[in-house]
Each structure stands twice: as C-alpha cells, then as structure tokens.
Design a binder for this molecule. Structure first.
Ligand SMILES: N[C@@H](CCC(=O)N[C@@H](CS)C(=O)NCC(=O)O)C(=O)O
Length: 131
C-alpha cells in the first residue's frame, strides 16, 4: 500500500512539474529598474548568495518570484537530482530541504537560511526599497 502511495505521488509530481515551471515562467514579475551603478552594487551583494532549490517546488517559486521582482541575480543550484549541490546542501546546510539560501561572508563564514518566509524577509530587508 505504501509503495502504491509513493508511486501515486511520484507520478503526480511528474505530471504537475511542467505546469508549475511553465506557470512560473509565464507569470514572472517585471523586475524593478535600477541605475546601472545601483544594479552593480546589488549584484556585488547577491554574488555572495546561492539559492538551493527544486525547480517546481512552490516554496522555491515563491522565493524566485521575489528575486525576480527585486531584480536579484542570485545563482540557482538545483538540489533535486543526486549530485554536488544536493550533497553540499545536506552536508553543509544540515538537511535536504528547499528553498535554502547560502549566504557567504567576506571573512569566509557561511550561513544556511532555510524557510521561504525567512529568506524573503532577508532579501526584502537587504535589497528591497526599504533596505
Ligand atoms: N516551510 C518550508 C517548506 C519547504 C518544503 O516543504 N520544501 C519541500 C519541497 S517543496 C522539501 O524540501 N521537502 C523535503 C523535506 O522536507 O525533507 C518553507 O516555507 O520553505
């Protein structure tokens, strides 16, 4: 029975994934416009960030939308498939759960921020109009 339930949800995910991704691309918000100089300063800040995500995860899509709206060029690291990004997330972040924002600092320290709402609050505070 458990096996059948697992197959059901796996199939459901396979069917829904292209629609989730297409929906995200079709309704991407227009990013805010900055002067070239301001955008360069923001890019310098976001260069220290990386978002571990699954392409069709609704919580990840919520975060990516905020990044689009704020015109943040953050490196996306797909942790869905087995491989380097998934291993790093588990080993250094502590668990495979997405979205997770890797925040590096100049002194070499790294913070792993889980929870979509916390990531959004961080991005809004650092790069939003009030930040
Ligand atoms: N409350 C979390 C939920 C995140 C979540 O459930 N992510 C799923 C993918 S859609 C996940 O990583 N599941 C793996 C797990 O929980 O082990 C958030 O808002 O970020």
């Amino acid at each position: 029975m458990r096996f059948l339930i697992r197959i059901f949800f796996r199939t459901l995910r396979r069917v829904l994934t292209p629609f989730m991704i297409a929906g995200y691309h079709l309704s991407r918000p227009r990013g805010i416009q900055r002067t070239a100089e301001d955008q360069r300063a923001v890019d310098e800040g976001t260069g220290w960030l990386a978002l571990y995500h699954f392409p069709a995860c609704p919580f990840c899509i919520k975060v990516r939308r905020v990044m689009d709206r704020l015109s943040l060029n953050v490196e996306l690291r797909n942790a869905l498939q087995p491989g380097e990004h998934r291993q790093t997330l588990e080993r250094e972040g502590g668990r495979i759960k997405v979205p997770c924002l890797r925040i590096a600092a100049e002194d070499g320290r790294v913070q792993w921020l889980y929870e979509s709402d916390d990531i959004i609050a961080y991005l809004e505070e650092r790069f939003g109009s009030s930040g």
